[in-house]
Design a protein around this ligand. Structure first.
Ligand code: ADP
Length: 438
């Protein structure tokens, strides 16, 4: 007893009848018990029904502070109060306590309670959260650092992307400038090529002009004499003969008209893109243009026009120019030999149409070089060496190809490959057309 704090257990001692013989009392010195307890990291204490601390593993001075913590103003100083409920703890019905920490009592603690009805007390434990909090802080710091790194990384990537975008834009601009320049140059080249084609054509016309004059003069002279005759025949009253003369005059005038139309068409500058052209008609018109030269040079032409038109993609005048160039070259090559012959064939393949032109001249001395600009074996003044290179460009502009080689039978063979016109019903080998061989 006395002022010492202790635990008193008292029990009555009775006899068999139940009469009380005396009382047995046991006193437990709590001070001694508490002294043994001290040193545990957790604060453990027991409260009675009035929330008064009965025994604790801390110094007695703490009793009051722990008694009725945060709830009862009777105890004056209320250093313990529940922290704002924490969601994760709420689920377990637990509370966190915040206290005026002072080495003996932690500042933040988890408060767990266990009712102990057998001894009429409640067990309490306050678990110091400083370790957990420290770890949480550490983790937060780590997470923060990681976040910082991520933010830096993202910023770096964004910056890089921006730099890349700027570089791409610069490159794109340079590219488009280059493209523009290439396009400009291409246009210039195209114009130059067109001018070259035109110049070559006019030069060919110039070379033919003497023959053309002759060709026109001859029917004109004939017309003159026929009309003079017609006047005389009419005076004599020979109406039937007069009519025949007039018909001849009409035929000759038509021929002159045809020649002029053909020449005019040939001289015209053809700038349009490829259209559909009848290759048979191209050969016929070219042969008519070259007729005088061929006749004067005594060249025999082997050409049997197919019964139906052979439609290809190209330009009429430009194709005529190519064929005329081939005929002129062959005629030039055979100059001086007695027997001069040219074979012209149309070959219809699937998806391709060929025009083949063979001569029985000396053949090509350097087949690799013939399409090179300024390659010419003709004596200076006669050849510029541009005809075949211009022809090459023309055929290529129609999506076709032109090749030249020596024939096993002797002489040169030129083959112009063209694309059939879209939807063209070119006569195949089975329906009457086909190889026009001779
Ligand atoms: P040019 O007619 O002004 O010489 P081309 O480009 O038309 O220019 O021809 C180039 C050269 O190709 C000719 O000089 C000639 O040597 C050769 N060539 C072209 N066609 C024939 C051919 N049918 N037979 C022999 N050589 C030819």
């Amino acid at each position: 007893g006395g002022g010492a704090r202790g635990c008193y257990f008292t029990s009555a001692v009775r006899d068999k009848g139940g009469a009380i013989l005396g009382a047995l009392s046991v006193t437990v010195d709590l001070e001694a018990l508490e002294t043994d307890w001290r040193g545990d990291p957790e604060i453990i204490y027991f409260t009675d029904a009035n929330d008064v601390v009965f025994i604790a593993n801390r110094d007695t001075r703490l009793w009051r502070r722990l008694s009725g913590a945060g709830a009862d103003p009777r105890y004056g100083e209320t250093p313990l109060r529940p922290m704002p409920p924490h969601r994760s703890l709420e689920r377990f019905g637990r509370t966190l306590w915040q206290m005026r920490g002072d080495g003996e009592i932690p500042a933040h603690a988890l408060h767990l309670q266990q009712p102990l009805p057998v001894i009429g007390m409640t067990g309490n434990i306050l678990i110091d959260l400083s370790g957990v909090e420290q770890e949480a802080r550490l983790r937060t710091a780590l997470a923060g650092a990681a976040l910082g790194v991520i933010v830096l990384l993202v910023a770096y990537l964004l910056q890089r992307r921006r730099t890349l975008a700027v570089r791409l834009q610069v490159e794109e601009e340079a590219n488009s400038r280059l493209e523009e320049r290439v396009q400009k140059r291409t246009e210039e080249l195209k114009r130059t090529q067109d001018e070259l084609i035109q110049a070559a054509k006019l030069s060919a016309l110039g070379q033919m002009s003497a023959g053309i004059g002759h060709e026109l003069n001859q029917p004109l002279a004939a017309i003159q004499s026929y009309s003079e005759n017609a006047v005389i025949l009419l005076e004599r009253g020979q109406v039937g003969e007069t009519e025949k003369n007039l018909e001849r005059i009409s035929g000759l005038a038509a021929r002159i008209g045809r020649i002029i139309t053909n020449l005019r068409a040939f001289a015209r500058k053809e700038g349009e893109p490829a259209t559909d052209v009848d290759l048979v008609r191209v050969v016929e018109d070219t042969l008519e243009l070259a007729a005088i030269r061929l006749r004067d040079s005594h060249v025999r032409i082997h050409w049997t026009p197919p019964p139906a038109p052979v439609m290809v993609q190209g330009g009429r005048v430009r194709l005529q120019q190519v064929v005329l160039n081939l005929i002129t070259n062959a005629t030039d090559a055979m100059e001086g030999q007695a027997d001069k012959q040219i074979w012209i064939d149309l070959v219809l393949g699937t998806g391709k149409t060929w025009l083949e032109l063979r001569d029985n001249g000396p053949g090509l001395s350097d087949p690799e070089k013939i399409f090179e600009p300024f390659y010419s074996t003709k004596t200076v003044g006669d050849g510029m060496g541009l005809g075949l290179s211009i022809s090459y460009g023309i055929v290529q502009s129609f999506g076709g190809r032109i090749t030249g080689r020596n024939s096993p039978e002797g002489g040169a063979v030129f083959r112009m490959e063209l694309t059939p016109a879209k939807g063209a019903q070119n006569a195949g080998p089975d329906n009457g057309g086909g190889r026009n061989a001779l």
